[in-house]
Ligand binder design. Structure first.
Ligand code: ADQ
Length: 744
């Protein structure tokens, strides 16, 4: 629009100025012509009555004088006539201009002395008149008197005003016409070809290459179009070559790596076909309230930890809620940006939510309803009708965003978690050709528990629009199958492990999620100087350090961990000054009352236990309540003798796997809650029941005293499990399953 104005405005300006100058000249010319006409007419009239006036003045015939002036009374436009004697006294005057008598007429003396006629514009009341005065002389050129003719000039101004009006209308019509013609020309010359080129490129982007016609533009735009077409062709060829090589490499490699996953995706899906949807975004732009600086942070979220490496390997588009307070500054006009910021591998599309939407859908229905419903932690789920409505609205908003992104060719939509149970159906209704999978990152409850949810049918039906639903462990799959069997009119196929509802089959599979092993990538562990810095900062040298790394969530059993440490020090007091629990806690969902209370509860516990045991140089719990970056967490994992994961209920728990993958030297002990999904795979950890504080305290003592050889043996087994079953294998298995479903 700005550019269009820049183009049209100068032309309009030139036309308007030119036309105005022409108009002014036209008006002046007309005015001069009319006044000239008036003068000629007045003179002619004056001269025509000169003879009669002469006789009247010679004979002092007042009767004839009155007759003569009254003959002007009937004339149109002409105002009247006045006869003066030689001294300028009025002898006769037309009735309708009798007011003229009172006017000061200094020009009479001038006419009488000069004996020459005179014409001028004069004021008469509120209007202006034209006066033409003629001296009347005898044969000896002696002045006898004067005859004055008065003309109304208002018609001159009326004529000029109407001329102005006509010229202005003409100017406006001309300007409108110019704008219309310009718009038409610019649409034909610029917009249409650009639109054609854009549409061509969009179709290419969406993978609609088969039916694309060559671009046929001429001139400079044609050259650009040619270049675009060339780049597109090169890209197509390059993609094909990459895909073929990927198939070869994929078949050779054994262990799952980033490269192997990349090859699998290229071989099975092709480029730009993977679309991930989650609530939490992998990169968030946040303004630091203290420094005012904008930081790009990776949120503390298991989903992000797991899925980001997959997307880095595969490329594609990740659609998520733009929750950072500076997020809007970093997106393009389509709300997208390339991430990770310094090494772009995939596209992040941010979806904006209003405060009301976030409150109802995220804090309300998802985290006060579904989250406690699925976790056995004795926190009562709250289901509000208003939250449910907002949950549906936001699911639709995400569905619209996904549908906008999807290419015309078949694609894979990989939905994350309990925030989007209705999304699969919304997508499938519009795009049945797209393969949709949902991964449920938290436990699935028993049918009895799930049946307390007032919206159970809509949720299950929404989910069963998927082609595949994944859970961490088999027991969650079993619970889901049981739930579908009991609560819905559906058929559960125990052979194929699927649910068939209204003719649509959904496969249910366990895919234990994992980490990418970036904690020991290329054999590097945390920078030793960073480790030493942390030890010095928190006075950890020569101490036994037990580490906790958690989002502050009531499912993570943080208070239980602290109570167990308290009991441990009570039972084994000789560990005072020797043992420290270092707890990192990322505040989360703090707008929810239960979470807010939990923060206070943990603060109080830390305060109480530290007060009970601390002395001048030591306190048993160091609690660091903030978000840490990946690089900041690494030294903590590296220095911890023990890592304690004490969740009351947890889908998997990635902290346990992060700790294992960081222990390159095979030292360290993992204490892991029996109620985590991870405990099914990591049975060589010290398994704990966080509800049993007594047993928990004793097991801390066991961990502290475990012989080095046993620690190493256990760590070796667990490291093998984590490195073989890494996140690339998780994603690889899901993609393999999905592609085989597509073929079926
Ligand atoms: P979460 O409940 O978020 O995930 P988890 O799997 O433990 O739990 O992952 C937490 C992630 O946050 C880890 O990567 C950890 O390093 C990070 N983190 C923790 N504290 C942090 C802090 N203070 N600062 C920065 N980062 C921090 C959900 C389910 C889990 C499941 C995952 C993945 O609840 O059961 O394992 O999804 O499916």
């Amino acid at each position: 629009m700005k550019r269009l104005l820049l183009f049209i405005l100068p032309i309009l300006l030139i036309v308007a100025v030119g036309f105005t100058i022409f108009g002014i000249m036209q008006i002046r010319f007309t005015e001069e012509r009319l006044m000239d006409d008036l003068q000629k007419k007045a003179r002619a009239v004056d001269e025509s009555i000169e003879f009669s006036a002469r006789n009247i003045l010679l004979n002092n015939d007042l009767k004839s004088a009155n007759r003569l002036v009254e003959s002007f009374q009937k004339r149109e436009r002409l105002q009247g006539c006045v006869i003066y004697d030689k001294d300028g006294n009025i002898l006769a005057i037309t009735e309708r201009i009798s007011g003229w008598k009172d006017k000061e007429k200094s020009y009479l003396a001038e006419v009488s002395v000069n004996k020459a006629s005179r014409g001028s514009l004069e004021k008469f009341g509120d209007s202006s008149v034209y006066s033409y005065i003629l001296p009347v002389m005898d044969d000896e050129k002696n002045i006898l008197g004067m005859v004055e003719v008065i003309y109304d000039t208002s018609y001159v101004f009326t004529t000029l005003t109407s001329l102005w009006r006509r010229l202005s209308i003409l100017l406006i019509t001309l300007l409108v016409l110019i704008v219309l013609i310009m718009l038409l020309i610019q649409r034909q010359i610029f917009i249409l070809p650009v639109l054609r080129l854009t549409e061509w490129f969009q179709r290419f982007q969406k993978g609609d290459t088969g039916s694309l016609q060559p671009i046929k533009e001429k001139g400079e735009l044609g050259k650009l179009a040619c270049e675009v077409e060339q780049v597109a062709l090169n890209l197509r060829v390059a993609r094909k070559v990459v895909t073929e090589r990927a198939v070869e490499r994929f078949e050779k490699e054994e262990l799952w790596t980033q490269e192997k996953l990349k090859d699998l995706v290229r071989a099975r899906l092709g480029d730009n076909s993977l679309f991930v949807v989650s609530n939490r975004e992998p990169y968030m732009h946040q303004v630091d309230e203290n420094t005012g600086a904008t930081n790009c942070i990776r949120p503390a979220s298991g989903v992000v930890t797991a899925v980001d490496p997959v997307m880095r390997a595969c490329g594609g588009t990740w659609i998520a809620h733009g929750a950072g307070n500076a997020d809007k500054k970093f997106v393009n006009s389509k709300d997208k940006l390339g991430v990770p910021p310094r090494d772009i591998n995939y596209i992040l599309r941010r979806v904006w939510l209003s405060k009301e939407e976030e409150a109802g859908y995220y804090y309300g229905f998802s985290n006060e309803g579904l989250w406690p419903l699925c976790h056995l932690t004795h926190t009562r789920p709250v289901f509000r009708e208003s939250d449910w409505k907002m949950y549906k609205t936001v699911n639709q908003k995400f569905a619209d965003a996904v549908l906008e992104e999807l290419p015309h060719k078949p694609a894979f939509v990989f939905i994350q978690d309990y925030h989007f149970t209705l999304l699969p159906r919304m997508i499938k209704e519009k795009r049945p050709d797209v393969t949709v999978a949902l991964f449920w990152h938290i436990p699935w409850p028993t049918p009895e528990s799930f049946s307390t949810c007032p919206y159970q049918n809509e949720i299950l039906e929404g989910m069963l629009a998927c082609d595949l639903i994944g859970f961490h462990v088999q027991s969650h799959c079993n619970n889901f199958l049981d739930t579908a069997n009991r609560l819905l009119e559906s058929r559960v196929d125990t052979e194929r492990f699927s649910v068939v509802q209204s003719g649509k089959e959904t496969f249910i599979r366990a895919f234990p999620i994992s980490v990418d092993g970036s904690f020991d990538a290329k054999g590097e562990n945390a920078d030793q100087s960073a480790v030493q810095r942390v030890k010095d900062e928190y006075d950890l040298n020569s101490k036994i350090v037990a580490l906790g790394v958690d989002r502050i969530d009531y499912t993570k059993g943080i208070p239980e961990k602290m109570l167990a440490v308290e009991r441990f020090l009570e039972k084994y007091p000789h560990y005072k000054r020797k043992f420290v629990l270092l707890q990192l806690g990322a505040p989360s969902r703090t707008h929810i009352k239960r979470y807010h209370e939990l923060v206070g509860e943990i603060d109080e516990l830390v305060e109480r236990i530290n007060w009970k045991y601390k002395d001048d140089i030591w306190k048993p719990i160091i609690y660091l309540k903030r978000h840490f970056s990946l690089d900041e967490i690494k030294p903590f994992y590296a220095l911890a003798d023990i890592c304690i994961v004490s969740s009351l209920h947890d889908g998997m728990n990635l902290v346990a796997k992060e700790y294992i993958s960081s222990r390159i030297d095979l030292t360290g002990t993992l204490m892991l809650s029996r109620f985590t999904g991870a405990s099914r795979e990591l049975s060589d950890a010290i398994l704990i029941n966080p509800y049993s504080i007594e047993e928990f305290a004793d097991l801390i003592q066991t961990a502290v005293n475990m012989p080095i050889e046993e620690k190493k043996k256990r760590m070796e087994i667990m490291r093998k499990i984590v490195s073989e079953n890494n996140i690339y294998r998780w994603a690889g298995n899901i993609i393999t399953e999905l592609t085989s479903l597509r073929k079926a």
